[in-house]
Design a protein around this ligand. Structure first.
Ligand SMILES: [Zn+2]
Length: 497
């Protein structure tokens, strides 16, 4: 109690710089010395002296404890950081080189995705297995940043190609090819849609074995990857999570030369629940706990086989989740006074509004009229949507360099949704797909294994960096991509010379 209030009284309203930290701490320690240097007073009676000395001693102890706590508080908070790249601000690992493989003669990576695992879900409920990976591995301390649009297919494919959606071609969960008029859906497996080189293809091109238990794009035949039977599952959401984990574990029972060096593993939860009930419902807590149990099942299985410390486990999500409700709606119908937007023009409503007007209708004049309507004050929630010509979107979104991206893109504020017109069907739930700058869209990154330092925290980074991270762990040359070649050097431990 006493030390808590002493700590609070020294807590500044703004976080001091590191320099100020050490100054504060040394001042506190200095005053402690002055106050306690000469407590005796010979002119008073013996008992009074004892009481006086005792009181001084108690004060000294209290002050010393407060100073120690203040020092600890400042020195721990001063290591936080905000943006990548900032290697100087990462916490320094105790280890300086990667740990040697014990059983394998080649590194192995298991890449796990928990769909819609919003950053922070790991604190909703006890998640001992996820926290075991965090404690003994490397974590993006404020989460992994998804790509825009923060949707499932664009993000999963960015994770495995290192490319932004404009470059890997999966620009949305559903879109129309502007040349052929064909529609891409999550069931489209023709290679023409899926550009870039996913990790399983890179691995196969090097003559190594890969496996995928459900990952968007893994059924697509590309390069040396032909979705081999037994190592590549066709998507079926009814397959229990346990069965998926056990299949991955069974690969470790193969002769060592046949064990895939890269394995992808996908779980639909907690995205599924997040859409229905929003991110704060107890159902999410239950789903998070379920995912933690699957991580535990994987760890136990690897431990039983004596290979847990040899395997690199990378756990990520594809995006976060934010609560939506019926008051946060914007209806395109309300813009009819300025411009009529027929349903045929709209390729995707929400949250990444995507409009392709027919030939002969100028996209820039449509953008001008929509924004005029939205800013008029006469459209419900109009100020929470802004539309752009795709070339004029903020460049940080990297969302223009593809013909597949419709010419007009709308960005809505967090939690808002766009619909064609008013309907009686209104609900509260959760959504994602928003600007990737929203913290609610962030997900998790945890790396565990011989090349990840134990207990290390790194700043947040975009998921396009993961491709280079995996090829670097596997020590194979990757395809060109949007990630930085120097990134793995900031996150992985160097191999001993
Ligand atoms: Zn998703």
């Amino acid at each position: 109690m006493g030390t808590d209030s002493a700590l609070n009284s020294t807590k500044p309203t703004q976080r001091p710089t590191q320099e100020e930290d050490s100054h504060n701490s040394s001042t506190a320690l200095l005053s402690f010395d002055n106050d306690c240097s000469d407590p005796s007073n010979p002119s008073q009676k013996r008992t009074t002296t004892i009481i006086f000395i005792s009181l001084l001693l108690i004060t000294c102890i209290a002050l010393s404890a407060a100073s120690a706590f203040a020092f600890l508080f400042f020195s721990t908070t001063s290591s936080s950081s905000s943006s990548w790249p900032a290697p100087a601000q990462t916490s320094s690992p105790i280890e300086t080189t990667s740990r040697a493989l014990i059983k394998f003669n080649h590194p192995v990576v298991i890449l796990i995705s928990s769909d819609g695992f919003r950053f922070g879900y790991q604190f909703k409920t006890p998640t001992p297995n996820i926290h075991r990976l965090i404690a003994k591995g490397t974590e993006a301390v404020t989460g992994l940043i998804p790509v825009f649009p923060t949707l499932t297919f664009p993000n999963h494919y960015s994770i495995v190609t290192g490319l932004y959606p404009a470059y890997h071609g999966i620009i949305n969960n559903r879109f129309v090819d502007p040349i052929t008029g064909e529609v891409f859906t999550t069931r489209s497996h023709e290679p023409k849609w899926w550009l870039g080189e996913p990790l399983w293809e890179t691995v196969a091109n090097h003559g190594l074995r890969a496996a995928a238990y459900f990952w968007p794009g893994s059924e697509v035949h590309k390069g040396s990857w032909n979705c081999p039977e037994g190592f590549c599952m066709f998507y079926n959401e009814s397959v229990p999570f346990e069965e998926r984990v056990d299949k991955i574990l069974s690969y470790f029972d193969l002769p060592s030369a046949e064990i895939p060096v890269f394995m992808a593993l996908y779980f639909e939860d907690p995205d599924h629940q997040g859409h229905q009930v929003g991110p704060d419902d107890p159902e999410i807590t239950e789903a998070v706990s379920g995912i933690d149990k699957m991580i535990g099942r994987l760890i136990n299985g690897l431990e039983k086989r004596g290979v847990f410390e040899d395997v690199h486990i990378i756990m990520v999500g594809d995006h976060g989740m934010v609560g939506t409700c019926d008051k946060k709606l914007i209806f395109l119908d309300d813009l009819a006074h300025w411009v009529k937007i027929p349903a045929e023009w709209v390729q995707y409503y929400t949250p990444a509004l995507s409009i392709r007007p027919p030939p002969g209708v100028s996209p820039s004049s449509v953008v001008g009229k929509i924004n005029e309507g939205l800013q008029s004050g006469k459209v419900q929630n109009g100020k929470h949507l802004k539309v752009y010509l795709k070339e004029e979107l903020p460049s940080r979104l990297h969302y223009s360099a593809s013909d597949r991206i419709p010419p007009i893109i709308g960005l809505v504020e967090e939690g808002f949704k766009v619909e064609e017109q008013r309907s009686k069907h209104q609900e509260c739930g959760g959504a994602h797909g928003y600007d990737n700058a929203f913290f609610s869209m962030r997900t998790i990154f945890i790396g565990h294994g011989p090349q990840f330092a134990r207990g290390r925290k790194v700043p947040s980074f975009e998921n396009v960096q993961i491709y280079n991270l995996v090829t670097s762990i596997l020590n194979i040359k990757g395809a060109p991509n949007n990630g930085s070649l120097s990134f793995p050097g900031f996150v992985l431990l160097p191999t001993p010379k």
